[in-house]
Design a protein around this ligand. Structure first.
Ligand SMILES: Nc1nc2c(c(=O)[nH]1)N[C@H]1C(S)=C(S)[C@@H](COP(=O)(O)OP(=O)(O)OC[C@H]3O[C@@H](n4cnc5c(=O)[nH]c(N)nc54)[C@H](O)[C@@H]3O)O[C@H]1N2
Ligand SMILES: Nc1nc2c(c(=O)[nH]1)N[C@H]1C(S)=C(S)[C@@H](COP(=O)(O)OP(=O)(O)OC[C@H]3O[C@@H](n4cnc5c(=O)[nH]c(N)nc54)[C@H](O)[C@@H]3O)O[C@H]1N2
Ligand SMILES: [Mo]
Length: 689
């Protein structure tokens, strides 16, 4: 509604956060100030609704602690002591340091980034061009989704699956490793609609999450046992012949072998591994099988929570096999959805320009082991020691596993660290130079999603605050300071937005509406057509047989299985706290006030065995470290499993650590992912340290 006294506009944008929902935003701007951010009602998936976090977006953008000008370190690393410097000084100093290192060996320079913004432009466009031109080490961006992604790709052919809107028509929905109310709110609304139309909802999660308590059935299995459950479900489908033989025959590969494997997994055997009752498994198989018998659609919303364990890739693969067995893919409301990101025909190479590497082939370093990487002295086979690190869109000191090692690495006095940030995070505190970055309200970007299949355009709503610059502008400036003269370093943000889907999506529609849908079939695999090498749903994968030594999905036990170490009898998972987004928003007071303090949830029986009380400060520990938090006996934890909600800033915690003090740098079976939820601990009173 235009205001006559002031100038008031609504600017169309996109939520930049790492969340399946990627909402369309409307920012109300008055006299150049963003007053309020709301969901765009014209965008079907957003439907005018935002989560609590992003409703606070202006509080975050205008936060008094925003970094508004470049900073140079004056105290010890990690102290957070800085002096203000000019952009010229900052750029000159960075160009000199990086230039010097690059002359000896550019692979001693490492970029480190993840999904602080999911935008294709402020994410990996100009930054990727810069590091490609430099010939820096490449980063394998594994910290979230690579195990599940690999599992899905080896089974269905990519990060592909059901179209989210059709969940509303399903008759059975398995919400598997997902706290949808907390992390995928707009999907939850579709599940609610299905429930109103008579669907049964089943949640498979070790934690009695906000979502689990609202489903009809909750299977609180032990962390890292999902493949055993999936194989036992197959066992029951086979025993009762709840199988779509025609679909299996025509559209799958390796059924006789998978059948034989599944027949080894009786519900009793799986129940033992999963910590469930065999009858619970039989009942679930019955519900799933009955969908075939009645010709009703059965849908699975898989999320990344279940793949942060040693066997995460195999587990995602085992679950992804289920829909083909009952021919669920025949229905548009049947199948599985883990991620839809593979549906986008993004012009990634045009954005990121890997050709700028020429014939150089830099090494690839796995971001999930950043602690070990920074502590490596370098050798002939591994390559040079990392001498410079440039961090953007990420807070590794808080989010990467085994913080003890990560902090020791970041504390190296001989490491030159540049951090592009909005705030002085735990990571920025370790920087030599901090560069102030714009937020989503201040820059252009274009977005894909992993929980729906629309493209969204984000226009800047306000001018950059203080001396902040967008990531793209910073890398353009650094390119100039380094003397890179390829014309691609002059591309504007709007040009980059146009490049992302050039010739594929009408940019004028994006400019007009703020979003556009991909033209996709309703039911992706109704007639087969999987994107695998065989074109079938690959129960058996030739590629995995070669690389992993087993072409069939199997239960791969945790690196740290329950009961394997008497000193650490509790399995710990660390799923997100609802009002934080990874470590983002922890410094936004209104949201931190809701979460109140770092929490560990425990079952009353486990607490009684240790003489621990609700509300007490406890020490959670293992050989890797020790983390203080507040104990909650709130009915959400199962026996033998504790839930350490993530991801607090270390410096805002009780003893200067967070839950990643305890997690390990071991990796998943497939995809080289981290194993945050495969972690044994013990808990005691704080005073018992
Ligand atoms: N509010 C909020 N939303 C978020 C995030 C956030 O931090 N906060 N994170 C975002 C990100 S980065 C991502 S990747 C996505 C997905 O983010 P995820 O981290 O997958 O988020 P959740 O949906 O909470 O799923 C985790 C669920 O898996 C359960 N879980 C843990 N271990 C196991 C297991 O072994 N098996 C099974 N079956 N379940 C297990 C946890 O108890 C939890 O309820 O969500 C995004 N959305
Ligand atoms: N124990 C445990 N650890 C986990 C997880 C868990 O479940 N348990 N989850 C893991 C998962 S799924 C993920 S995805 C990772 C997430 O790890 P990260 O991607 O590092 O996520 P955040 O902690 O949200 O940090 C993002 C940072 O980017 C900054 N940022 C945002 N936008 C911009 C921008 O435009 N420019 C610049 N320069 N900076 C920007 C934000 O201020 C923020 O500090 O954490 C992982 N760590
Ligand atoms: Mo993630």
């Amino acid at each position: 509604m235009p205001d006559t006294a002031t100038s008031s506009t609504l600017v169309r944008g996109a939520c930049p956060h790492d969340c399946p929902d990627t909402c369309a935003l409307l920012t109300q701007v008055e006299n150049g100030v963003a007053i309020k951010v709301s969901g765009n009602p014209a965008h079907t998936h957003t439907d005018g609704v935002l989560c609590a976090k992003v409703s606070k977006y202006t509080e975050r953008t205008y936060h008094p602690e925003r970094v508004l000008h470049p900073l140079r370190r004056t105290g010890p690393k990690g102290s957070g002591q800085f002096e203000r410097i000019t952009w010229d000084e900052a750029l000159r100093e960075i160009a000199t340091r990086l230039g010097g290192i690059a002359q000896r060996n550019p692979q001693a320079i490492l970029p480190y980034s993840y999904a602080g913004t999911m935008g294709l432009v402020q994410g990996e466009a100009m930054a990727a061009r810069f590091f490609h031109q430099l010939g820096a080490s490449l980063l394998d961006r594994t910290i979230c989704a690579s195990a599940g992604g690999a599992g899905l790709t080896h089974t269905l052919g990519g990060k592909l699956g059901m179209r989210v809107q059709f969940f509303a028509e399903a008759k059975l929905i398995l919400i598997w490793g997902s706290n949808s109310i907390g992390s995928n709110l707009h999907f939850w609304r579709l599940a609610q609609e299905a429930k109103r139309r008579g669907a049964k909802l089943v949640c498979i999660d070790p934690r009695r999450s906000e979502t689990a308590e609202k489903c009809h059935v909750h299977l609180a299995l032990r962390p890292g046992t999902d493949a055993a459950l999936a194989l036992a479900l197959m066992h029951e489908l086979i025993q009762h012949d709840w199988l779509d033989h025609d679909y299996i025959e025509r559209h799958t590969l390796g059924w006789p072998a998978l059948r034989e494997r599944a027949l080894q997994w009786s519900p009793e055997r799986a129940a033992e591994v999963c910590g469930l009752e065999a009858q619970q498994i039989r009942d679930l198989a019955h519900d799933y099988g009955q969908c075939l018998v009645r010709g009703e659609p059965a849908a699975i919303r898989l999320n990344y929570g279940m793949q942060r364990v040693h066997g995460g890739g195999n587990a995602a693969r085992a679950v992804a096999c289920l829909p083909a067995l009952i021919g669920a893919w025949r229905h548009r409301a049947g199948g599985v959805l883990l991620s839809s990101s593979g549906a986008y025909p993004t012009r990634r190479e045009a954005l990121q320009r890997p050709d700028l590497l020429g014939n150089r082939r830099p090494r690839v370093l796995n971001m999930s082991t950043i602690g070990d990487i920074l502590l490596h002295q370098g050798d002939a086979s591994w390559g040079p020691k990392v001498e410079a690190l440039v961090v953007y869109n990420s807070n590794p000191v808080a989010v990467a596993p085994e913080s003890g090692a990560v902090v020791r690495g970041f504390a190296r006095e001989d490491l030159f660290t540049v951090v592009l940030e909005h705030f002085l995070t735990d990571t920025a505190d370790h920087a030599d130079i901090v560069l102030p970055a714009t937020t989503q309200l201040e820059h252009w970007d274009i977005h894909t999603a992993y929980g729906h299949t629309d493209v969204l355009l984000n226009r800047p709503a306000i001018a950059p605050l203080g001396e902040t610059r967008s990531n793209t502008q910073i890398f353009r400036d650094l390119a100039r300071a380094m003397g890179f003269d390829d014309p691609c370093f002059a591309d504007s943000d709007e040009t980059l937005c146009r490049t992302a889907f050039d010739g594929l999506i009408d940019f004028d529609v994006l400019l007009r509406d703020g979003f556009a849908s991909l033209p996709l079939p309703d039911a992706p695999f109704a007639q087969g057509g999987f994107a695998t090498p065989s074109g079938r749903c690959e129960f058996f994968s030739e590629a995995l047989q070669r690389s992993w030594g087993d072409g069939l999905p199997d239960h791969v036990p945790n690196h740290e299985p329950a009961g394997s170490d008497a000193r650490y009898p509790l399995a710990m998972i660390s799923p997100p706290a609802r009002n934080f987004l990874n470590s983002t928003f922890v410094n936004v007071k209104s949201l931190r006030d809701i979460e109140a303090e770092p929490v560990l949830e425990m079952h009353p029986t486990d607490a009684a065995a240790r003489g621990l009380r609700d509300g007490q400060a406890v020490r959670v520990f293992n050989d890797r470290g020790s983390y203080h938090c507040v104990l909650r006996l709130n009915g959400r934890a199962r026996t033998g499993v504790v839930n350490g909600l993530g991801i607090w800033w270390r410096k805002l915690g009780l003893n200067g650590t967070n839950v990643n003090e305890l997690t390990s740098q071991k990796l998943t079976d497939l995809g080289g992912g981290p194993v945050f939820y495969d972690c044994l601990v013990e808990v005691s009173e704080v005073s018992a340290a």
